[in-house]
Design a protein around this ligand. Structure first.
Ligand code: NAP
Length: 292
């Protein structure tokens, strides 16, 4: 009897596992090797960003970062501090954190605000040229309504205040798969925010859609930690398919900020962000194939 069951169960499980493995492999392969049309433009942007930095510095621009205490925000601030691209950088958050003043210069100033009373803080949002929005929470932490409050209401209200305060270039960290019509709360909310930002008519709006962030998160998020554990070997074989290291996100946002563009609205998908970061070997590979 037991033998009968083993005979039935083991091959069944093996077939199911093989089927899932093939499906996942196909999924990652198709994402990794999906062609992108603007690869040359992005490679040129990443390359030109190096030269444009000095000109950008001389323009004495100012920036504001929302979400500077988060994983992406912290890396972004560190990179901005190393590069000294802005005359002034305002870090707006709900709490103050210790800044390493050996790394972060005096041009960085923290402002603590109450996000439930945003109308009281119009002054804090005045006078910035470029904005980096890396704000967000999770449904697991604060529930559905709490998630919408932060990821939709706070993001849009702060964007409105910054726009009224003169901000021209908005850089918003959205997500892979953002879609206002999605049935999933996370991707739907991000998609709705993208749509709402588009009708605000910033002089320039840049939307970034990273996949799973590869980062050693300080905060305990078991599901995310599990996903990262599974995806770490995947990211070695298919680096641009659905993952991105957090420092690539920051570098892509910075390279885009210094780049001149005649577009009023642009969206960068995960793979495009890899290229724009200037850290990906994709451009070099492309050059090799071109010279063959
Ligand atoms: N994690 C991923 O794999 C992934 C992938 C794609 C896109 N994204 C999106 O990218 C963005 C940045 O991600 P991340 O992982 O860097 O974020 P994170 O580490 O969770 O940081 C989020 C930031 O938002 C702030 N924040 C959260 N709740 C808030 C509240 N109620 N009021 C005021 N500020 C609040 C946090 O402040 P405190 O430090 O004070 O909490 C922190 O500065 C998010 O919008 C996220 O949805 C994430």
């Amino acid at each position: 009897m037991l033998w009968f069951k083993c005979d039935e169960i083991i091959p069944g499980v093996a077939i199911a596992v093989a089927f899932i493995a093939v499906c996942l492999g196909g999924f990652f392969l198709s994402h990794e090797y999906s062609p992108i049309l603007n690869v040359d433009t992005l490679c040129s942007m990443a390359e030109a960003a190096e030269d444009q930095r000095e000109m950008f510095r001389q323009a004495s621009k100012t920036a504001v970062v929302l979400g500077h205490t988060g994983e992406t925000g912290r890396v972004l601030v560190k990179q901005l501090a190393q590069e000294k691209l802005f005359k002034k950088v305002t870090l707006i958050g709900r709490r103050e954190i210790a800044l390493d003043r050996n790394v972060v210069g005096p041009e960085f100033e923290q402002k603590v605000i109450d996000f439930e009373k945003l109308d009281d803080y119009t002054e804090e949002f005045k006078g910035h040229d470029v904005g980096f929005w890396c704000l967000g929470t999770t449904r697991g932490k604060v529930g559905v309504e709490g998630f919408k409050r932060v990821d939709y209401d706070y993001v849009l209200k702060t964007a409105e205040l910054a726009k009224s305060g003169g901000m021209q270039h908005m850089q918003f960290m959205s997500t892979y798969g953002a879609n206002a019509n999605s049935s999933a709360l996370y991707t739907r909310t991000k998609g709705q925010v993208e749509e709402a930002l588009k009708v605000m008519h910033f002089q320039r709006l840049s939307i970034f859609r990273p996949g799973v962030l590869m980062v050693d998160r300080q905060e305990s998020r078991p599901m995310e930690a599990f996903a990262r554990l599974v995806l770490t070997p995947v990211s070695k074989i298919f680096p641009t398919a659905i993952t991105i290291p957090v420092d690539y996100v920051a570098a892509a946002m910075i390279n885009n900020a210094v780049a001149t563009s005649d577009k009023t609205s642009e969206t960068f998908e995960n793979k495009e962000m890899h290229i724009l970061s200037g850290k990906s070997p994709l451009c070099k590979k492309d050059e090799k194939t071109k010279t063959k």
